[in-house]
Design a protein around this ligand. Structure first.
Ligand code: DLL
Length: 449
């Protein structure tokens, strides 16, 4: 059995509705590996024939696309980095002329040239299909209504979820981010059953609902699809309690087309990577050698079906682990853990490596702390200083100065036991730390570069 369509993409179910794509999602692992190799060679041919950058890379490596017949051959292919994409800005990594693109997305480009992502009509079709899979895995069906509070625009969250929901045959409410009052009103008036937004915005919605006297049972939503930024399982619990939903993690990145790369099913045991369309590896970020299953390393993806912009061994900078144990849902796709951080968001404080997620994990276990925080890093003389700003509830803030200081010291001690460095904890009044409508900004690093 081959599930490869002539253009390298799986044939979408245009009728909508059945997006539990059982044949693909529970494919026996051997067949999955064969399918991957077949698609990989097609991808390499497309890259070598149409992208000069890859033609040179493959020549340098002495590899022809058809030489790659097994996973160990694959390991000798060169990596691609964000720097390579920036160097070929805006359209130099496209494998088809810009005129054949039906859409272009781009990253925000805050640290240099933005990264451009192009799609043929077939790429958009496949993307919609993968998001429909994601939504179906969370229990959505035609008849459901998805309030899509991801931002619409160059960011891939809004339009990605939008097309996937339509492909599923469910109703989309394209509300985008922000205007929290209207979000809560329409959610209730329209009987919305599912929500998609960043986890930090989901928490903000939960807080706003509570402030307006709404209980989770007053909100009709039952499932949330959250991603685009790191979040812990403790934060999941707070979203689930605050909104009365099953909160599921979804992962993706613009370079791979956007969300739809990996998704959690209702077992909530890690995100299934859509391995029939993305070849996934975890490598040691220093040696670039593969790490054993279950070990944290850098996530690397190769596109297997994207036509406009094939990417080979793309280093995401996200750090997580991969497991291949069977899941109760029956899917055979490997599962990635929640990313623990990125190689570029790791803070080196006085020589010690600190990930913002380690700080979040500690904070979220302390009931008096609200799930809103910020980490400020600065340098005094030659010494790195870290302040962790945390928001506490009215009840804590009403306590005496002595009690507040005692509480600050106890949080500091909890952080020290995990991080092995001293940080200053600053308690902030309720509602004073900025809320985000999209990706939350957790770290402000003012150290001279
Ligand atoms: O954030 C795509 C997306 C939209 C994913 C909506 C999920 C939902 P970018 O803006 O290119 O694309 O950012 C990609 O965000 O490399 C990770 O560092 C981070 N990220 C995405 N999903 C997750 C997640 C979109 N579930 C970057 N957990 C990635 C942790 C995530 N980090």
């Amino acid at each position: 059995m081959s599930v490869v369509a002539p253009d390298g993409a799986i044939a979408p179910d245009r009728a909508g509705g059945n997006h539990w794509q059982q044949a693909a999602e529970t494919m026996p692992v051997e067949l999955l590996r064969d399918t991957q190799m077949e698609r990989l060679r097609a991808t390499l041919r497309n890259a070598a024939d149409n992208v000069p950058f890859y033609r040179h890379r493959l020549d340098e490596a002495g590899l022809a696309p058809d030489d790659v017949t097994c996973h160990s051959d694959f390991g000798s292919l060169p990596f691609t980095t964000k720097g390579d994409l920036r160097d070929h800005y805006p359209f130099g990594m496209f494998a088809v002329p810009r005129e054949r693109m039906v859409r272009v997305h781009a990253s925000s480009g805050t640290t240099g040239n933005p990264t451009t992502v192009g799609y043929t009509a077939g790429d958009i079709d496949l993307w919609a299909d993968l998001i429909a899979r994601t939504l179906a895995a969370g229990g959505m069906k035609p008849g459901d209504m998805l309030q899509n509070a991801y931002g619409y625009g160059l960011f891939t969250g809004g339009l990605g979820l939008h097309y996937g929901c339509e492909r599923l045959g469910a109703t989309i409410l394209p509300i985008s981010g922000g205007n929290t009052d209207r979000q809560l009103k329409l959610m209730r008036d329209f009987g919305v059953t599912a929500l998609s937004c960043t986890p930090s915005y989901a928490l903000h919605l939960a807080e706003a609902a509570r402030d307006r006297g709404l209980r989770p049972a007053d909100l009709p939503i039952r499932v949330g699809f959250h991603g685009a930024e790191p979040w812990t399982n403790e934060m999941r619990r707070q979203i689930e309690d605050g909104l009365g939903v099953d909160a599921l993690d979804i992962y993706g990145l613009s370079e791979m087309g956007g969300p739809g790369v990996a998704f959690e099913c209702r077992c909530k045991g890690g995100m299934h990577v859509n391995e029939d369309h993305y070849l996934v590896e975890i490598v040691d970020p220093e040696s670039l050698q593969p790490v054993p299953a279950g070990t944290v390393g850098e996530l690397v993806f190769t596109t297997l079906s994207r036509v406009a912009q094939p990417l080979i061994r793309y280093r995401t900078r996200d750090l997580c682990s991969l497991g291949a144990e069977p899941c109760d849902c029956g899917r055979t796709f490997a599962r990635m853990s929640k990313p623990v951080g990125r190689t570029d968001d790791m803070l080196i404080i006085r020589g010690v490596n600190v990930f913002p997620s380690q700080i979040e994990e500690v904070l979220m276990t302390i009931p008096q702390i609200e799930p809103h925080y910020q980490i400020l890093v600065d340098r005094k003389g030659h010494l790195d200083m870290v302040e962790v700003w945390i928001e506490v509830g009215e009840d804590v803030f009403g306590e005496t100065m002595g009690q507040l200081e005692k509480f600050e010291r106890s949080v500091q001690a909890r952080l020290y036991s995990v991080l092995s460095i001293q940080v200053q904890v600053k308690l902030k009044e309720p509602r004073t730390i900025a809320r985000s409508e999209g990706k939350a900004v957790r770290v402000i690093d003012k150290r001279p570069k």
